[in-house]
Design a protein around this ligand. Structure first.
Ligand SMILES: O=C(O)CCC(=O)C(=O)O
Ligand SMILES: [Fe+2]
Length: 326
């Protein structure tokens, strides 16, 4: 009897053996071929954003040497002397360039170098100079990843039938951050979370990792899946402000990073949004009597204020923006 009972208990799946996410792969080269292939790619991107919340992009045109350069610059920064990193140390989240190796809140076992990246001329002088190639390598990557991000956003907004010129203009002036992350090699058996579950504030985030470690929460099962990413592909996911702008057609993707048992890991996340004070609101074109506004408007500045005022409250930013419809 007890044996039968035991068989009814679902087997515990070790966390490190999570299933991989079934990831849509977008061939970006086709976005600029014919208008027919462009329409198909736009539809694929929209379906991925709606159903999965993330996808991978191949043939994006960023040279391998530029991607490799960004990862090298990241690793070498974290390996540089404590003295050269010390001048960037700050837990003040409003600083445009900061290095934070405190492990609390979101960061469980991660060091973070975060810096603004657009307009590059305005910010690059504040970036690290150690390693000496940091600015050149990361700067090249920042410019190229932004071009891909803006093309993806154009496609997403086109799929929603939104007024392109206004959005394009706001994006041209918009924020770009690079979150350069470093995770140690895991020394414990089982899974150690490096970066706790969260969603990103912007429209989209593009991630370049040195090895696996990113996990995403699947929308329909609410279960964690691993992200398997070929080295020349970019991972893209939906952020909070795209959920707001699309009035919930696309939903922000909860994700986390876990430590790797074989090696330390670095990743470069590029986050894209409107300018600091520009409010993002659900697009008027998507609203009618049957589709009322579901989110309050907010800017990046509001997001920072939210984080600063959030002490001891687990509510996420997107939850704080949702308008109750009952
Ligand atoms: O390291 C990763 O793959 C995820 C990084 C991330 O989620 C972030 O920087 O917001
Ligand atoms: Fe993130």
């Amino acid at each position: 009897m007890s044996g039968t009972m035991c068989n009814l208990v679902p087997p515990l799946v070790p966390v490190e053996r999570l299933e991989p996410m079934q990831m849509p792969v977008i061939d970006f080269g086709k976005l600029h071929q014919t208008s027919k292939s462009r329409s198909l790619v736009i539809r694929e991107i929209a379906t991925a954003c709606r159903d999965v919340g993330c996808f991978q992009v191949i043939n994006h045109g960023i040279r391998k040497s530029v991607m490799k350069g960004a990862l090298e610059a990241a690793s070498e920064f974290f390996e540089s002397s404590p003295k050269s990193k010390a001048k960037f140390i700050s837990s003040d989240i409003t600083r445009p360039v900061r290095y934070d190796c405190s492990n609390d809140g979101l960061s469980k076992s991660r060091s973070l170098l975060k810096h603004y990246a657009h307009p590059l001329d305005e910010w690059i002088h504040f970036w690290p100079q150690e390693p000496p190639s940091y600015r050149e390598k990361m700067g090249k990557y920042a410019v190229e990843i932004r071009r891909v991000a803006l093309d993806i956003l154009d496609a997403i907004f086109q799929s929603l039938g939104l007024h392109q010129a206004y959005i394009r203009e706001k994006l041209e002036q918009g924020m770009q951050f690079l979150a350069v992350n470093s995770y140690p090699q895991s020394t414990k058996p089982g899974v150690t979370v490096g970066l706790a579950p969260h969603s990103d504030y912007g429209f989209i985030t593009l991630i370049l990792p040195s090895c696996p470690g990113l996990e995403v929460m699947e929308h329909h099962t609410k279960s964690w899946k691993t992200v398997l990413q070929p080295s020349d592909a970019l991972h893209v996911h939906v952020g909070d402000h795209l959920e707001v702008l699309s009035n919930g057609i696309f939903r922000t993707l909860v994700h986390r990073a876990v430590l790797n048992g074989e090696t330390s890991r670095v990743s470069v996340a590029s986050i894209h949004g409107f300018p600091m004070d520009e409010k993002v609101k659900s697009a008027g074109e998507l609203l009618d009597e049957e589709h009322p506004r579901l989110y309050r408007e907010s800017s990046f500045k509001d997001f920072l204020d939210f984080l600063l005022s959030r002490r001891n409250n687990n509510e996420s930013y997107i939850e704080s923006l949702r308008i109750s419809t009952i």
